[in-house]
Design a protein. Structure first.
Lengths: 123, 228
């Protein structure tokens, strides 16, 4: 996988969940950041994104539409979700990041919305 | 058998209405923990939905004081069922930011595990959890978390916060998120516990620490010796 993948701005209609497998990550990846531009998103929950790493661990988030204020008090233009590579304990104490080789990214459209979506691998 | 980390997942979100973690192949009898900082401009509430997808009941420690619409929570489930487990976090439909981690530990008591807890908050350059009372026994699992509304990037949170801790999750980007960290350590001597997340630009912050009783190291061997 390149360090980032961008899906150009388009309309995402309601429909069955869309799952894409990314089959290789940079060796030093520590986290994945998913950013979605908020192009006049309708009020209410518009999308659910689930990330499942190759070890079966993962996370999900549901993104609201409508007018939101960002942390800086300005209208929020991008919705962001970030998930770290799973860690595991090691014998004798301590921990390490697992070597995930792929991940499944599922987008469930709850309400039709328009967005460009960027997936970034962060070291 | 001392307490030990089995696995963990870190999440950081901008505005969401629901988020959560998925822990794969959780072992029967283990201990699950969610350490999470929440920014909710409305009313902050205990975030973890109970039961989880695997039927485990969740408990929460006392939430930290609210400051700047931020609250830190440490929630936990004891003696959990085996299997894949999805833990859901929400704020009763409100949009919220979150910075936290979902973790599975072994070797923690299967009932009445919570021992000591405290929290701290302030508007200052230093960030500490406060100091717990003395733990009731030698071997315990210590969980901590801290959340800040600093707009710096990077914020410069100390990782680990204090010698002996291991980091489960860290977000230093205060421009896009609410920066914060989640950490743990296993102690083998009774005493007070605290974590210091270091000195950074002054901002609002909230922090939480809790200790959980763990099975003493050597217990299994001792039983084996008696039986022999």
């Amino acid at each position: 996988m390149a360090s980032s993948i961008t899906i150009a701005e388009r309309v995402f209609p309601v429909g069955p969940p869309i799952t894409r497998t990314v089959d290789s990550f940079p060796a030093d990846v520590k986290r994945i950041r998913i950013s979605m531009t908020r192009v006049n998103w309708p009020a209410g929950d518009v999308a659910k994104i689930t990330v499942i790493w190759s070890d079966g661990n993962g996370a999900f988030a549901v993104f609201p539409g409508g007018a939101l204020l960002g942390k800086d008090g300005q209208p929020e233009l991008v919705s962001i979700f970030q998930i770290g590579v799973p860690q595991e304990g090691i014998a004798g104490g301590g921990k390490r990041r697992r070597n995930v080789v792929h991940g499944d990214f599922t987008l469930e459209v709850l309400k039709e919305f328009t967005s460009a979506i960027t997936l970034e691998a962060l070291a | 058998m001392a307490a030990a980390l089995v696995q963990s997942v870190e999440i950081v979100t901008g505005s969401v209405t629901t988020t959560g973690g998925v822990l794969n192949s959780v072992a029967a009898g283990n201990f699950l923990a969610v350490q999470i900082g929440i920014f909710n401009a409305a009313t902050q509430s205990e975030p973890v939905s109970t039961p989880d997808s695997n039927g485990n009941s969740w408990n929460t420690t006392t939430a930290s004081a609210e400051l700047g619409n931020m609250v830190e929570f440490i929630s936990y489930a004891m003696n959990v069922a085996a299997g894949n487990t999805t833990v859901t976090v929400d704020q009763n439909g409100d949009a919220f930011y979150s910075t936290g981690s979902f973790a599975e530990f072994s070797g923690v008591f299967t009932a009445a595990a919570l021992d000591q807890q405290t929290s701290n908050s302030g508007t200052s350059t230093t960030r500490t959890t406060g100091t717990t009372g003395a733990t009731a026994q030698d071997e315990e699992l210590v969980l901590t978390c801290m959340l800040s509304d600093s707009a710096s990037n990077p914020v410069g949170i100390d990782v680990p916060p204090t010698t002996g801790y291991s980091n489960l999750g860290i977000e230093q980007n205060g421009a896009s998120f609410y920066a914060g960290a989640t950490d743990y350590k296993v102690v083998s001597a009774a005493g007070t516990q605290a974590a210091d997340y270091g000195t950074i630009a002054s901002s609002n912050w909230v922090a939480k620490i809790a200790t959980f009783k763990a099975v003493a190291t050597g217990t299994q061997n001792a039983f084996a010796w008696v039986r022999a």
